[in-house]
Design a protein around this ligand. Structure first.
Ligand SMILES: NC(=O)c1cc2c(N)ncc(C(N)=O)c2s1
Length: 318
């Protein structure tokens, strides 16, 4: 095959495979059998081996980097990654609502989202390309784990629009991956992980990206660090924008207009929690309007416009 036709074939295969991967890992709607995906990937690998200049950064063959790192570099979060204040019962949710309405008046909408029990991460994109991923760390200084985050199949390497932005989300290990991993570890007489959150943290701390790639991690994105001049006015519009860019967001979110509706949503999830394919440790409630969020502001540690309702610790089933 000459270079011209190899270049076209490689481009077509990269776009096709990235679309299939998006359907499978972001939309959870596989469109071709795994064997067909693997066959196309092998075809692309052969062309890229013959013409290495075709190995573009967003090629699906480049998800799992080569080299093992010697260490993780520290990175500064230009916009701090804050933690959330907690509420442990309905009354504390009503207290939160009263404080919010004292600050911005009675015309308030909330967005309720599942609180994923994983690891908070920050992803930076420039002109639509994933260039840096980091842990939360202490909120201002985190660790650069770009090569490990790249291995998460639902994390887009190239966005659907060439925009530059920073997004925040939660990397996690689905329950099924956790059970399989601990089974394999027991067979190798290795210490099992206590829970999916620890397993996800341990996987993202691996210096060899091939190990992280083998752990079947996933990620939900839930925030934009700075909406800049996008014209986005609310958190829910921000989540829709993340979806348009190709990010995986959690579909269980619900926008409501009263704290009573928040309490109903929260109580609904207490018994549905065990049926989820991933661990959650609560519900995050956010004021939807970005103007109202700005009016309420933040303390040094956490936003006044959001709160995490924490479920009672689930008895651990080993
Ligand atoms: N520490 C934080 O600010 C957050 C932590 C989490 C989490 N673990 N899961 C979901 C959300 C969300 N949907 O906003 C947030 S926000």
């Amino acid at each position: 095959m000459d270079f011209q036709s190899a270049e076209k074939k490689a481009k077509d295969l990269q776009n096709l495979l990235n679309q299939y991967s998006y359907d499978y890992h972001v939309l959870d709607q596989p469109t071709i059998p795994d064997a067909e995906y693997d066959r196309l990937l092998r075809e692309l690998l052969e062309i890229e081996e013959q013409f290495p200049e075709l190995q573009t950064a967003d090629s699906p063959t480049q998800r799992v980097g080569g080299e093992t790192l010697s260490m993780f570099h520290k990175v500064q979060h230009t916009i701090p990654m804050l933690s959330l204040g907690n509420a442990f019962d309905d009354q504390e949710l009503r207290d939160f609502d009263r404080r919010v309405r004292q600050g911005v008046g009675d015309n308030v909408s909330y967005v309720c989202e599942l609180k994923i029990d994983g690891l908070a991460v920050s992803l930076i994109y420039e002109d639509g390309m994933f260039i840096r991923g980091a842990t939360r760390g202490d909120g201002t200084t985190g660790e650069d784990i770009t090569s490990n985050l790249r291995t998460i199949r639902s994390l887009p390497i190239r966005l659907k629009k060439p925009v530059s932005l920073e997004v925040r989300g939660e990397a996690f290990m689905p329950k099924k991956s956790f059970v399989a991993l601990n089974k394999a570890r027991k067979e190798r007489e290795e210490e099992p992980f206590a829970n999916p959150r620890n397993a996800a943290a341990g996987s993202l701390r691996q210096l060899d990206p091939k190990i992280a790639a083998s752990r079947n991690l996933d990620v939900f994105l839930y925030g934009i660090a700075d909406v800049g001049d996008t014209g986005i006015r609310s958190h829910s519009e921000g989540l829709d924008y993340l979806e348009q860019l190709g990010f995986k967001t959690n579909k269980e979110r619900r926008k409501v207009d009263s704290i009573e509706a928040v309490i109903e949503y929260v109580n609904g999830w207490v018994e549905k929690r065990p049926d989820l394919p991933y661990d959650i440790d609560g519900i995050v409630i956010k004021v939807d309007s970005l103007d109202q969020q700005a009016e309420l502001g933040t303390t040094a540690k956490s936003p006044r416009w959001a709160i995490a309702y924490k479920f009672p610790a689930e008895e651990v089933v080993t």
